[in-house]
Design a protein around this ligand. Structure first.
Ligand SMILES: [Zn+2]
Length: 247
């Protein structure tokens, strides 16, 4: 004998919910009409959505767990207490409430699957790292040594730099400071570098020997309008090849 009686093969328990005892809903089992609140069963029975008390559910389907777990148990359909709004939806538009539960259930399951996948990947990576650690083959160091570049204050992750060549062939390098501020540093440095740009572009920082530029997009536009070339974006040391050798 199958666990689910054949006469109920098309019945599917969608959700079990509860409401305040003072806000009971009417059991829809024909001939019942009792107010129910503690374990309200919502069942898709052929083409009907039924709201049933637990007693009528058990009688109708042959046991409290005859239809297994609610289909949307992860979407508030696994015994959650309904808000007044949800209670109203249960009474007036059960399909709409169930659609909400279904969407929530699927979102929760998708998030859980993604978490599981990430966890599996991390475990695989750890296993590989452990294997590498104990293998006798020489391994590359996991952390690359810091790039040998002229800006000790450069942002550790945002290492993209750009070269802008001026109409007088003077180069400027756009480097992000570790604070996140974009800087324009003269290359090579020269006396009076700090008098090149107006305050609207940036403030010269004597310690860093570079302009702090709050709006790099506007600054680069300003430079383009004054005959500077388009920035050539790369990373150190590739950018070094674009720059003249210091005299
Ligand atoms: Zn009933």
């Amino acid at each position: 004998m199958p666990e689910t009686p054949t006469q109920h093969a098309s019945a599917r328990l969608l959700a079990i919910v509860s409401v305040d005892p003072s806000r009971r809903v009417i059991c829809q089992e024909p001939g019942c009409g009792h107010g129910v609140y503690a374990a309200i069963h919502v069942v898709q029975d052929k083409e009907n959505l039924l709201v049933l008390g637990s007693t009528c559910f058990a009688k109708r389907y042959g046991g409290a767990s005859a239809l297994g777990m609610p289909a949307y148990s992860a979407g508030s359909g696994g015994g959650s207490h309904l808000t007044e709004e949800e209670r109203m939806a249960l009474v007036t538009n059960t399909a709409e409430l169930i659609a909400q539960f279904k969407a929530r259930h699927e979102a929760v399951m998708a998030a859980a699957n993604a978490k599981l996948l990430a966890l599996r990947q991390r475990m695989q990576q750890q296993a590989q790292a452990t294997k590498a650690l104990f293998s006798r083959a020489p391994t590359r160091p996991a952390i690359q040594p810091p790039a040998d570049h002229p800006w000790p204050w450069q942002h550790p992750n945002n290492t993209s730099v750009a070269v802008v060549r001026g109409p007088d062939s003077q180069c400027w390098v756009r480097v992000m400071h570790r604070s996140g501020t974009q800087m324009l540093a003269p290359w090579p440095a020269f006396d009076g570098w700090d008098e090149t740009f107006p305050p609207s572009i940036g403030q010269p920082d004597q310690q860093l020997q570079a302009y702090a530029v709050p709006n790099i997009v506007a600054a680069l536009q300003w430079l383009r309008q004054r005959g500077y070339e388009a920035p050539q974006v790369s990373r150190w040391p590739e950018v070094r090849k674009l720059l003249p050798d210091p005299v």
